[in-house]
Design a protein around this ligand. Structure first.
Ligand SMILES: NC(=O)c1ccc[n+]([C@@H]2O[C@H](COP(=O)([O-])OP(=O)(O)OC[C@H]3O[C@@H](n4cnc5c(N)ncnc54)[C@H](O)[C@@H]3O)[C@@H](O)[C@H]2O)c1
Length: 313
């Protein structure tokens, strides 16, 4: 069977780059992008696009039948900071979209699913440094509760119905092609935009708040690698820990100051500080390294060079 991919939530921060990368790898016509809104020019011009609501089972099924889709990447979700403002809407979107896709796989209408989890599955009682794959979780945010529940359902659908669902717990993702969508790590993107505009940056997290982060190129590679890996390599059917780097706002500011010496930062923590404080500082991703040969490439210094160079152009 020829590979036909559907990306749901394709116009967001990750979906945009994932769509372009999958089109490059498998061919433009093999990758259908979809979202409740249109995306940027490069995404819209590069292949098929459908307006599609992730909470509408029938609408997803229609697109799957029409294009003879066999793999779905579900990227639609409400992110951590926004979800604290709209708890019930976040739960509705994050859970029902996942059930729709898992049920389509259970009914053999598609054969493989990617669904992203997050470091937000961990909570204040989780060991903060080198957080292991299996540990106390107890998330304290709406978003984290939805992601942990999602992980349990993925594992259940795999065991009970043999659904081939694969997942990683993304850390905060840093990218330049698309703006971030309302997460607690968005500051690590805004800071580069401000630095290049010659503006002082006021950070919504405190100076010493260390969080796990990753450059988008690594995240896209991890996503495609886990999906292309042989099924028997995927031993963890809830979601895999994934790590690249960890830094504080003060450290990212210092890495920018090596290139823009008069860049200034100050700190005014808001409601997002409590979310960040409940998350790990660093992640142990040994299981992903062992099972499907994952290895991050980008350090903070390399990320800063990439961000400044690309945003300048
Ligand atoms: N960006 C990160 O740092 C990060 C970290 C951890 C996990 N994740 C997860 O990765 C996934 C993608 O994140 P992102 O950063 O690209 O988010 P984003 O907010 O940038 O994009 C989400 C997209 O989903 C679309 N969408 C919203 N409601 C929809 C609906 N009902 N139907 C269809 N589309 C809808 C939005 O229009 C948007 O384009 C999410 O599951 C998120 O939880 C992201």
């Amino acid at each position: 069977m020829q590979k036909m991919i559907l990306i749901i939530g394709a116009c967001g921060q990750i979906g945009t780059e994932l769509t372009l990368a999958l089109r490059e790898k498998f061919g433009n016509d093999r990758v259908v992008a979809s979202d409740i809104r249109e995306g940027n020019e490069s995404l819209m011009a590069s292949g098929p696009f459908e307006i599609l609501d992730a909470t509408n089972y029938q609408a997803i099924e229609n697109v799957i039948m029409h294009y003879e889709i066999n793999e779905v990447y579900l990227m639609a979700a409400m992110l951590s900071a926004t979800a604290e403002k709209f708890p019930m809407r976040a739960w509705d979107l994050n859970m029902n979209s996942l059930f729709n896709v898992l049920n389509l796989a259970k009914d053999k209408k598609i054969s493989k699913v990617f669904w992203p989890s997050s470091i937000a599955v961990f909570g204040p009682n989780t060991p903060k440094e080198d957080t292991p794959q299996h540990t106390i979780m107890e998330p304290s945010t709406v978003y984290g509760i939805s992601k942990q529940s999602g992980e349990r359902w993925c594992s259940y659908y795999f065991k009970k119905y043999g659904v081939d669902v694969r997942s990683v717990r993304y850390p905060g993702l840093i990218s330049w092609k698309t703006l971030p969508g309302g997460g607690t790590t968005d500051y690590a993107i805004d800071i580069y935009h401000n630095a290049l505009a010659g503006k002082k940056f006021t950070c919504f997290l405190g100076e010493q708040t260390k969080l796990p982060m990753m450059y988008m190129d690594d995240a896209i590679r991890a996503t495609i690698d886990i999906m292309e890996s042989d099924a028997e390599n995927i031993k963890e059917r809830s979601s895999y820990n994934l790590a690249a780097m960890s830094f504080t706002p003060a450290e990212i500011a210092q890495s920018i100051q090596k290139h823009i010496p008069d860049f200034e930062i100050d700190y005014e923590p808001d409601f997002r500080q409590a979310i960040a404080d409940s998350w790990p500082s660093s992640i142990d991703d040994t299981e992903a390294q062992k099972d499907w040969k994952w290895k991050a490439q980008f350090t903070l210094e390399q990320t800063t060079v990439e961000m400044l160079e690309n945003l300048k152009n």
